[in-house]
Design a protein around this ligand. Sequence first.
Ligand code: AMP
Ligand code: MN
Ligand code: MN
Ligand code: MN
Length: 283
Amino acid sequence: MSIRVDLHSHSTASDGTLTPTELFTRAAERGVDALALTDHDTLSGLSEAGRAASGCGVLLIPGVEISVTWNKRTIHIVGLNVDSENAQLRSGLEQLREFRVWRTQEIARRLEKAGVAGAYDGALSFAHGDLVSRTHFARFLVSTGRAESVPDVFRRYLVHGKPGHVSGQWAELATAVGWINAAGGQAVLAHPARYKLTRSRMIRLLTEFQAAGGCGIEVISGSHSKDECYKMAKFAEDFGFKSSVGSDFHSPDNRWIDLGRLPELPSTCQPIWADWPHLHHGG
Ligand code: AMP
Ligand code: MN
Ligand code: MN
Ligand code: MN
């Protein structure tokens, strides 16, 4: 019997809709043995997650998903097994949340100008943690009937060239990897296929990530097609990266992505958890 791991998920501490307790209860129901809570730019869900995890027999992998600006694009770096008390990681994430405070006001201002009333309070009413995400704006706009779905809001309001778009000014790649390593964690490039990079740019990203101390890449992701999984497995092999597996679960409302519902890693991959002492393989 192989162990079921899911190394990427979100709670109400960032843009998920389940509390850490509800998230771990769902993970247990779905037969997940180890779940990483990787909220965007915050560690604030981890203490509740730790209590919930021990209550339901799921192993918590303490994690985070850090927003990074690389060559003018936003990319995400997941940190796994981070020490949530580490001062360097904590102060780094605090800077990113400060940028979010400003960006929330700026997005709201631009949406108001485009005729969307009450966007600031609306987004805040959907946020439960210590930060506001574009997802909260999206859920608000759906609730007002302005759009059909969250992806629809992104397409029409929140991406480059649309009225509510504000450019990210996130951490530098090497800086974010440095925070994770300082906190004793493993840095993993999240959902690499989602950035739609050309092959040569992807190679540049992977090269820089590795030079900065990156450890692995997500080969299996809720947002990768089967074909993309195989492409990423090949990159992992070529670079000697460990491979990670994560649903990127945000909400039960998304019928397509659930906790622990993930294909197996291709046999050429080295699972990032293979040498984690706290994860024991059952025969
Ligand atoms: P933020 O970090 O606040 O800029 O928000 C980014 C989050 O928005 C991501 O983590 C996703 O959860 C969500 N997101 C980004 N793009 C889309 C999209 N096209 N459709 C739905 N959700 C998206
Ligand atoms: Mn998200
Ligand atoms: Mn992400
Ligand atoms: Mn994520």
